[in-house]
Ligand binder design. Structure first.
Ligand code: ADP
Ligand code: ZN
Length: 626
């Protein structure tokens, strides 16, 4: 160790942040960086990456510089730190000159522990000279996967960050990301000059998130059922592929009385930031968004993430769903997925720019994603497998809780494929799913008669399956690569090399039976999710729940008065613990996880008053049991 800190990391954790113990590898990472070492940290969203650089910055002399691409969120990040008594500031293009000067002066005078910077600033000679004048404790490179050119969040400015190691070789650097793939990890090490850094890989399991994928039938109705039956009044994110569907979905939800807002890159900047701010600050807002929304959103109490369209890759799906339940309390990752999604994504790949290798890569990503949708295995286990992490079936995903019925789809697949083959061979035609199903069912529709498809030998040989079941068969054959969407842009289907062994009876086709989705069907929160996370608000007794709600009302008022997000005052998990343990004095309150010295000072009296029930007129308006 090149430096023996005056403050011990564990003391800072307990006194400043109010937590009892480090989670997972946090302690080891912090020791390593506080001792002057470089680190690459891969930890899932909600894993607790922030403390890994915040605490080293506090125990080492000087100011820690945090490089973050999320200008819109810097203000909230700094406010959250100030709220626990950490001296923090930020410099970005949203500030006026005077404010920037003031922050620079504070940093130079040694009055800051942490300084957040946008990456593009580091390219400026002025910024570099300013940093030269400071004592620097650590460089933290947040969202480090932004250096990856093939990744989903590439930022060219990140490539310039190699300057950090060159210009300030004695300052330890820590790069952090929630992207788990080995190739991203390699790119981070190479491009940031961190080949010698110690790499810490946390488990990517998020046991509190329950994963569910349903066949898409009436997506909006299915979404409403999810919200009404399980997430009434909760914060959530709904992802859609297009801007148009974002707006239409948000509008429909609002009509149904749900507090929903749209977010996509086509909205004016002012609307986007106002919507983001409402989502962060208020309880129970549902954000309907394209994937333009979400990176760095550290709202801990997002209770559900819903996908109305198929994500492009497992990495993307994992990142997006990972925004649920950062506080460790039960959360839902739900998706509705159908045949049209597969067709649409295949066409997007065919039409995308880029060379054959790039298209092949996109195709592989899609295939892995489809594999996750159609699997008979535990969904979590399959995802962790994909990230190279061995695990057991989880007991908290739909395939574990409600194992799908496997059935032998070989004959059905043969009927369908031979129809496709006959159309092609006998008439040089290609058709989409609808016409194929009509043929198999033996329906004499106008289009069937027009094309004289009733003459085909496969006409009417598939009456044993319903339309929905046939669509499920086609979807699964597409996912398995036994059938393909032709690149003609007309949603038509064609056979592949893999179709022949099926037609010849050499390859069996195991399929899963779709769960029947009934509007109004509810699913109880699972026991295992409850035991793995901290006490969820929903598991409080009626009496504790009542106190929890009063604490939330107090929190909303307090947050509004201070113009900060509610979770900056206290996260739900802390309020639930307070409601359960009912601290009678400051000492007992301090013992609760999430209550540090500064917050005890700022809010202790007010919270105790709410607990004891002496919070003035609220007692009159809220009937208390007993
Ligand atoms: P990440 O940046 O990895 O997504 P955060 O740093 O935002 O995660 O942490 C997620 C949540 O977990 C935050 O609410 C944070 O306060 C909490 N947290 C982090 N470390 C601990 C710990 N050791 N004990 C209890 N809570 C923690
Ligand atoms: Zn499972």
């Amino acid at each position: 160790m090149s430096h023996v800190p005056d403050l011990l990391p564990l003391d800072v954790l307990r006194t400043t942040f109010g937590y009892d113990d480090f989670r997972g590898e946090q302690g080891a990472i912090i020791d390593h960086v506080a001792g002057g070492g470089d680190a690459i940290v891969l930890m899932p969203t909600g894993g607790g990456k922030s403390l890994c650089y915040q605490i080293p910055a506090m125990v080492r002399p000087g100011v820690g510089v945090v490089i973050s691409p999320l200008i819109a969120l810097m203000h909230d990040q700094v406010t959250a730190l100030e709220n626990v008594g950490v001296r923090a500031g930020f410099l970005n293009s949203s500030q006026n000159y005077d404010l920037q000067r003031l922050t620079e002066q504070q940093a130079t005078a040694g009055e800051l522990d942490l300084l957040y910077l946008a990456p593009e600033r580091l390219d400026l000679a002025r910024t570099q000279e300013f940093l030269d004048r400071l004592t620097l404790s650590v460089f933290a490179i947040d969202e480090a996967h932004c250096v990856s050119q093939w990744g989903h969040d590439f930022r060219p400015e990140y490539l310039k960050l190699s300057v950090l190691g060159q210009r300030w070789p004695d300052v330890p650097r820590i790069a952090l990301t929630a992207t788990a793939t080995p190739s991203t990890r390699r790119e981070i090490a190479e491009r940031l000059g961190l080949q010698q850094a110690r790499t810490f890989v946390a488990s990517f399991d998020r046991p509190n998130i329950s994963y569910r994928i349903e066949p898409k039938q009436q997506p909006l109705k299915q979404l409403l059922t999810l919200i009404r039956s399980e997430h009434d009044g909760d914060s959530g994110i709904v992802y859609c592929l297009s801007r148009k569907s974002v707006e239409a979905t948000a509008e429909s939800l609002v009509k149904q009385g749900i507090d929903a807002l749209p977010y996509h890159a086509g909205l004016p900047a002012g609307v986007r930031s106002a919507n983001q701010s409402r989502f962060l600050r208020e309880d129970g807002v549902v954000m309907v968004a394209t994937i333009a929304f979400g990176m760095g959103i550290d709202k801990p109490d997002v209770r559900f993430v819903a996908h109305l369209d198929l994500p492009r890759s497992i990495e993307g799906y994992y990142q997006e769903t990972g925004r649920a339940g950062r506080d460790g309390l039960p959360a839902t990752a739900w998706m509705a997925y159908g045949l049209a999604d597969v067709v649409q994504q295949r066409q997007m790949i065919d039409r995308s720019e880029g060379d054959a290798a790039h298209k092949r890569q996109l195709g592989q990503h899609l295939e892995a994603m489809l594999g996750l949708c159609e699997t008979l295995r535990c969904r979590r286990q399959l995802m962790l497998d994909y990230f190279g992490e061995p695990s057991e079936p989880c007991g908290n995903c739909d395939t574990c809780l409600n194992p799908p019925t496997p059935w032998d789809g070989t004959v059905a697949a043969q009927k369908l494929l031979s129809t496709v083959v006959r159309l092609k061979r006998e008439r040089n035609q290609r058709f989409g799913a609808g016409q194929l199903i009509d043929i198999l069912h033996g329906r004499r529709t106008t289009r069937v008669e027009q094309w004289r498809h009733d003459q085909l030998s496969t006409f009417g040989i598939g009456t044993e399956l319903t339309d929905l079941q046939w669509r499920a068969v086609i979807r699964q054959l597409l996912a398995a690569g036994v059938l393909a969407v032709s690149p003609d842009g007309h949603h038509t289907l064609e056979i592949t090399d893999a179709s022949w062994p099926v037609l010849r009876g050499e390859r069996p086709v195991p399929l899963r039976e779709d769960a029947v989705v009934r509007a109004g069907s509810t699913r109880k929160r699972t026991a295992s999710a409850a035991t793995k996370g901290p006490a969820a608000a929903t598991e409080l007794s009626a009496e504790d729940r009542e106190l929890f709600e009063r604490l939330r009302t107090w929190r909303a008022e307090t947050a509004r008065a201070a113009a900060v997000p509610a979770y900056v005052v206290f996260p739900d998990a802390t309020l639930a613990a307070i409601a359960q343990h009912r601290p009678a004095n400051a000492d007992e309150l301090f013992a609760i996880s999430g209550v540090g010295a500064k917050k005890l000072d700022s809010y202790g009296d007010a919270v105790l008053a709410v607990v004891i029930g002496r919070d003035g007129d609220r007692l009159i308006t809220t009937p208390t049991p007993g």
